[in-house]
Design a binder for this molecule. Structure first.
Ligand code: HEC
Length: 221
């Protein structure tokens, strides 16, 4: 077989390989320049991508997602705070939310376990898994203790260290440890007080109502 293309557009460098399968032969022509350029660009791009996104300042999609979720929960928590809406039922809802409990557990193990034990069994701080409480059994009691601390007894006021959403998540997580019976529990401290269901707990007093908006009188025409 021979190259049948003729005229000015016929490639000059067509080189026919010397094998044939079922009568089919092939050219050994150079790849198009644009194709080779793409090939080299991807080779140069890959290590730059890996260095920047895996080891440098770049954020991978899952990291960006986590950040957006935290920002979302923060906005929600701030709205709840602004409305005076953090109450027993709010925290009980968080306790039923697995992703919140995962976040709460991470914070607990990072910030609280040194004193309360990895599983809340107690250590420097009291056992959080039994029915005995120094500052009350309700989720709101726990939330207040964690937020304001008992600074003269060594329990920090975490409001200054944690964002609003983190504060709520870790309080709900600490509340979820009740009755979990980990090994090596610290002996009970405080009063024995069973926890009441959220419905039985009076909600916190509502925030001050907004002053009525003074509407501008419609302009006389
Ligand atoms: C430096 C040690 C320390 C760290 C860290 C710490 N706590 Fe405490 N915590 C204590 C001590 C001590 C008490 C007891 C305070 C008292 O005697 O009134 C306490 C009390 C508590 C109580 C009240 C328990 C009860 O019986 O009423 C809760 C709930 C609690 N801590 C949760 C947390 C959470 C959640 C964190 C992490 C964000 C945390 N603590 C971090 C030392 C600590």
């Amino acid at each position: 077989m021979s190259d049948e293309r003729t005229g000015p557009e016929a490639p000059q460098s067509d080189h026919l390989l010397d094998h044939a399968y079922d009568g089919i032969q092939e050219y050994d022509n150079p790849l198009p320049r644009w194709w080779l350029a793409l090939f080299w660009i991807t080779i140069v791009f890959t290590p730059l991508y890996i260095l920047y996104f895996h080891f440098g300042g770049g954020m991978l999609p899952n990291e960006r997602y986590d950040q957006e979720m935290i920002a979302f929960y923060d906005r929600q928590a701030e709205e709840l705070l602004a409305m005076g809406e953090i109450r027993e039922a709010t925290l009980a809802e968080l306790m039923a939310d697995p992703s919140m409990m995962n976040g709460g557990k991470k914070i607990f193990q990072g910030k609280c376990a040194t004193c309360h034990g990895m599983f809340g069994e107690g250590g420097i701080g009291p056992n959080l898994t039994d029915e005995h409480w120094l500052h009350g059994p309700q989720l709101m009691d726990i939330y207040r203790t964690v937020r304001d601390g008992v600074t003269d007894k060594g329990m920090l006021a975490w409001e200054r260290q944690l964002r609003p959403a983190e504060l709520m998540a870790v309080s709900a997580y600490a509340g979820s440890l009740l009755g979990s019976q980990p090994p090596n529990t610290k002996p009970p401290q405080g009063e024995r007080a069973p926890r009441a269901a959220p419905e039985a707990v009076a909600p916190a007093p509502a925030a001050e109502p907004e002053p009525p908006a003074t509407e501008a009188a419609p302009a006389a025409s």
